[in-house]
Ligand binder design. Structure first.
Ligand code: AMP
Length: 361
């Protein structure tokens, strides 16, 4: 079992600015007092009791920590330490300074497929490694793909957020209905056994978006999106894919398969000619084809707007709730809890998906 230190985190680390917010708390920059080294601290509010729906269960944090401690790879966020108090667990993790890959790409004027593949290849290496340890991420999406640094010639990818990840036991059947609608595979929606192939579907969706700025299954509502996924309703429309190579489309098609055992594995992806060209002609095609930057920028702006809209509305709901129930709560506490509050306010049938739903609709 993962060991959580009982010391006060603030005795060892100076807590700095907020870097981002997750579903159960905030991520902040922290400075190690002894060395001055900067890290990120992921502050997770613990669930007070079994009947409470606010906060995260301790055993879920243990699972995330055990998984992170198992994974040591250049493309996966590293964990350094864990602290626990009565109400909170703090994960001290590697500080990732370069922001999200999609934001980095959206700032560019143009990007060839070959340049996009440099990033994709790194994602695949990270995923190949975790799958070799029988760990699946189950929440691969743009928000969880970051860059160590961005002002360098070849930025390094870091996969983050292992909050939904699972370590498969030998012969284990694992089902879960968690994830983010746009990126989840049909087996998640159908509550069927999941596998590492479930991540490969998400990589297919991410690649599709990266190349075209379109989300393959996006409907007007989450319900419609989920239906499109189950019905496998997607296409490469000529307008958005006119700059895309046939090899890229072939790569995506081999991931967006309903049957898990028909999808390419991470190993197979790394050998696909789009990633690893066998001939000069294949290599040249990747240089000639480019991503649909105009549409990609539009997609990313909309994605960011939705993320901040969801965060503000969740916080507003939470603040209203707190004003009614506990007028004395500190502002900082409110902000830390606002994401968890989203769970309590889910009412639509399609919100069967336990977490992350609000970030996509
Ligand atoms: P998470 O709860 O892991 O999904 O993280 C929430 C947000 O915090 C992410 O979307 C990032 O913007 C930010 N974040 C998470 N981990 C790190 C990190 N190690 N370094 C910098 N920012 C991070």
């Amino acid at each position: 079992m993962a060991l959580f230190k009982l010391e006060n985190v603030e005795d060892l680390y100076e807590i700095g600015e907020v870097l981002g917010s997750g579903h159960f708390g905030q991520v902040r920059e922290v400075r190690e007092r002894a060395t001055g080294t900067l890290w990120a601290g992921k502050f997770l509010k613990l669930r007070k009791n079994a009947s409470s729906r606010l906060g995260i269960e301790r055993k879920s944090v243990e699972k995330e920590v055990e998984i992170l401690q198992t994974l040591q790879h250049g493309n996966i966020m590293a964990i350094r330490d864990v602290f626990e108090s009565r109400a909170e667990v703090v994960l001290i993790v590697e500080l990732i300074r370069g922001g999200e890959l999609f934001d980095f790409v959206a700032e560019k004027e143009n990007l060839t497929e070959r340049e996009a593949i440099e990033f994709l290849e790194q994602i695949l290496h990270g995923v190949q490694y975790m799958h070799s340890k029988r760990i699946a991420h189950f929440d691969l999406k743009p928000e969880n793909i970051m860059l160590s640094e961005k002002a360098v010639p070849h930025p390094n990818i870091k996969v983050i957020d292992f909050g939904l990840a699972h370590h498969f036991e030998q012969g284990e059947e694992y089902k879960s209905i968690s994830g983010t609608p746009q990126y989840i595979a049909p087996e998640v929606i159908n509550y069927e056994p999941l596998s590492e192939a479930t991540d490969m579907w998400s990589i297919g969706v991410i690649t599709y978006i990266l190349l075209s700025g379109m989300s393959p299954f996006q409907g007007d509502t989450d319900g419609e999106t989920l239906k499109n996924i189950v019905d496998m309703t997607y296409e490469f429309d000529d307008y958005h894919f006119k700059q895309t190579s046939d090899m890229a489309k072939d790569f995506i098609q081999k991931l967006l398969r309903k049957e898990q055992n028909e999808r390419m594995t991470a190993d197979e992806c790394l050998l696909h000619p789009w990633i690893k060209p066998l001939t000069r002609k294949q290599a040249a095609t990747r240089n000639r084809s480019s991503i649909n930057m105009k549409n990609f920028k539009r997609f990313n702006a909309k994605r960011k707007w939705k993320m901040s809209y969801n965060m503000v509305s969740a916080c507003n709901r939470f603040c209203r709730l707190q004003l009614l129930c506990k007028p004395s709560i500190k502002v900082d506490e409110e902000l830390r809890q606002c994401e968890s509050d989203q769970e309590d306010t889910e009412t639509k049938p399609e919100t069967l998906l336990r977490r992350r739903l609000s970030s996509s609709s």
